[in-house]
Design a protein around this ligand. Sequence first.
Ligand SMILES: NC(=O)c1ccc[n+]([C@@H]2O[C@H](COP(=O)([O-])OP(=O)(O)OC[C@H]3O[C@@H](n4cnc5c(N)ncnc54)[C@H](O)[C@@H]3O)[C@@H](O)[C@H]2O)c1
Length: 322
Amino acid sequence: MKILVTGGAGFIGSHLCDLLISRGEEVSVIDDLSTGSLENIAHLNSHPHFQYSVDTILNADLMDRLISECDCIVHLAAAVGVKYVLENPLSSIETNILGTETALKLANKYRKKILVASTSEVYGKHMHAPLKEDDNLIYGPPSTMRWSYAASKLVDEFTAIAYHRTKKLNTVIIRCFNTIGPRQTGMYGMVVPRFIQQALRDDPITVFGDGKQTRTFTYIEDVVQAIYRLIKCEKGAGEVVNIGGTEEISIADLAQKIRDLAGSSSEIVFIPYDKAYGKDFEDMMRRVPSVEKLKSLIDFVPDTPLDDILRRTIEYFRAKAS
Ligand SMILES: NC(=O)c1ccc[n+]([C@@H]2O[C@H](COP(=O)([O-])OP(=O)(O)OC[C@H]3O[C@@H](n4cnc5c(N)ncnc54)[C@H](O)[C@@H]3O)[C@@H](O)[C@H]2O)c1
């Protein structure tokens, strides 16, 4: 099977390429390297089943050729990360809405199955857990740009569902929760790589807000395993599926845990949201997925314990720094 991975030089994309190649699949990547890196896929370059194009998913002619040549698309390319989206509000919306529209239109033209990456951000300001795929979604106003990421991904979801309902296209929407592991960069506001790099330097670990907001964290290997099974799964067309871990932790406790596991002497400091992200920033206070649907579709749920994930990720950053 030949699989086109958009955003394949990114964090999730490059790990997915590794898994696909290890399973004997052919892989084609398109990535504009805006947040990804050729270093993430350098080890695959000479593999006979691997090819990549450095270009944007907004290049419809190239996307037409790449999609015509593949059997299935995993559409991961997007403007990602709260910090990145706040700093690049317009291009983020263009990439996330127009880029996905291009991918879906061409998937339909050539009748190819497409998995579209969405995010737990689409749930918005819920306080209950676990979050189920058919829950209502609660957002703040458009003047609070943070919600543009969620809203743009929600438009992607509506578009994918509309293609399924009107054209019978095989679309599967994957709502990924915070995914962590080696190769994730802390440059665009991702909390775990940022905390680990601060801890390894014995710099202050900077918690935004009061640290009482909670999250679950999913190991990258579990996420790509779930995506691979969804590629192969014959069920799930037109569905939204959560992919996430279920071990909930507050961000203040996460900072403490990372400091302890890294053997660091960093102090933990709390920075008000407006100092970190500017005024009008709102956070999501809780985000825990229901994984019932995922289990029913692929008989697999992410279950790597948080301590193990953090240990492996700390080792990665320690080796990278030395
Ligand atoms: N990592 C997470 O915790 C998480 C959580 C929820 C959803 N997601 C979703 O998973 C997907 C992958 O995220 P990631 O964490 O690997 O981030 P990432 O930034 O590492 O990967 C995104 C990739 O897309 C590429 N890209 C961006 N705009 C592009 C364009 N116009 N043309 C071509 N390539 C482009 C980037 O260069 C990058 O390599 C995204 O769609 C994201 O919204 C990730």
